[in-house]
Write a protein that binds this ligand. Structure first.
Ligand code: PLP
Length: 379
């Protein structure tokens, strides 16, 4: 039934072999930098590539600070922690996301509250957010409280789905008005811009992931972005076991974490970052090719919106309903063309059965329809 789609994807990737959803590409200085690491013996969390990678990511994103972590999930956890999220606080987020968003919240012993997304961004809806806040919150001593649960609402964590920007500027304004810290999950957003600003630079602090399936990779890794000097210092301190600098003594002044990215991962990341603009151009060509192909088909290609410059990390198409979606998933995967449905909504997972959720009409609609199709850089 969907043979035409499958043939088109095969034609684009010029292969009869298995086509993964997203595979990393190493065509730059990866081996050179990794060898340098090994030759220098600095393979762990101290080394020149760690500092250099932070500097280069900060430059690229025009963020004042960038602090590396061992993965994106830990980067989210640490971001929430330094933004002041405490045990028992509520964090407003979207149900349509990868589990890591909510795990970051849970590691902070906070409670995720699920607010709907916009259909045209797949990211947190400012309208739904405002509606929730108007109906359910009160301000006490300059902080936002949930009237129903009496918990403090300390942070809001929207996510930029597949590298598409949500209406983050509007969300930032709402958070500001309600005294809520904006912590962006920009895990999928490396190389994506909204109104000429890199994703992850709209709130107080943000995290990006460099997992193997993301647009660029450090093997495993993540990075925190912030313009706030104090938060940056705190994040780096907590990510290195909260060790107080001393020539020989082990002094630790807080509960810290072993979250700092090793030098070998940063070496890989630096080489990948040097190729990011090539990845972005290459993926845009594929995205446009998909967009043209699906123009007059019975599915909808998820397009880049005005004012965003998307990284085209994972291309997405929308089917008319769940049955058609499932039929395509079966047919394509059986034909060796990897496709994936969007995530199951977080509120449906057993851990979150009892969490508050707003009306989730858009999230449910998208859950039934969205499928990712192969999106790797083509050489
Ligand atoms: C990949 C991802 C993360 C977590 O990143 P890891 O590096 O895999 O820990 C967090 N949130 C979202 C939305 C992601 O896609």
């Amino acid at each position: 039934m969907y043979q035409e789609f499958i043939n088109f994807i095969r034609k684009e990737f010029r292969t009869n072999d298995f086509i993964p959803l997203h595979a990393p590409v190493f065509v730059g200085n990866e081996k050179k930098y990794l060898n340098e690491c090994i030759d220098s013996t600095f393979v762990s969390s101290v080394g020149k590539f760690v500092d250099l990678f932070e500097k280069k990511v900060a430059e690229y994103t025009k963020s004042k600070h960038a602090i590396v972590c061992v993965n994106g999930t830990n980067a989210l956890h640490l971001s929430l922690l330094v933004a002041g999220v405490k045990s028992g606080d509520e964090v407003l987020t979207q149900p349509l996301t990868f589990i890591a968003t909510t795990n970051g919240i849970l590691y902070s012993n906070a409670i995720p509250v699920f607010i709907d997304v916009d259909l045209d961004t797949m990211g947190l809806s400012p309208l739904a957010l405002k509606d929730f806040l108007e109906k359910n919150t009160v301000q006490r001593n300059g902080e936002c409280y949930n009237k129903v649960t009496n918990n403090r609402i300390k942070a809001c964590m929207p996510m930029h789905t597949f590298g598409h920007a949500c209406r983050i500027d509007e969300i930032a304004e709402i958070c500001e008005a309600y005294n809520i810290e904006l912590v962006e999950d920009a895990a999928e957003g490396m190389g994506s811009f909204y109104k000429e600003k890199h994703l992850g630079t709209f709130g107080r602090i943000a995290a990006i992931s460099f997992n193997g399936n993301k647009i660029m990779t450090t093997g495993g890794g993540g990075i925190i972005l912030t313009d706030d000097d104090e938060l940056a210092t705190k994040a780096k301190h907590l990510s290195t076991q909260a060790k107080v600098p001393h020539q020989w003594e082990y002094v630790h002044d807080n509960i810290g974490f072993n979250y700092r990215m090793p030098n070998i991962n940063a070496a890989l990341g630096l080489a990948q970052l040097e190729k990011l603009d090539f990845f972005l151009e290459n993926k845009r060509v594929l995205g446009e090719s998909y967009m043209n192909f699906f123009e007059n088909k019975e599915v909808t290609f998820f397009k880049e919106r005005e004012e965003e410059r998307c990284n085209f990390w994972l291309n997405a198409i929308l089917f008319n309903n769940r049955n058609e979606r499932d039929a395509f998933l079966k047919e394509s995967n059986e034909a060796g063309v990897m496709t994936r449905p969007i995530w199951q909504l977080m509120n449906k997972l057993p851990m979150f059965e009892n969490n508050f959720k707003g009306p989730l009409t858009n999230s449910e609609w998208l859950e039934d329809r969205v499928v990712n199709i192969p999106s790797s850089v083509r050489l």
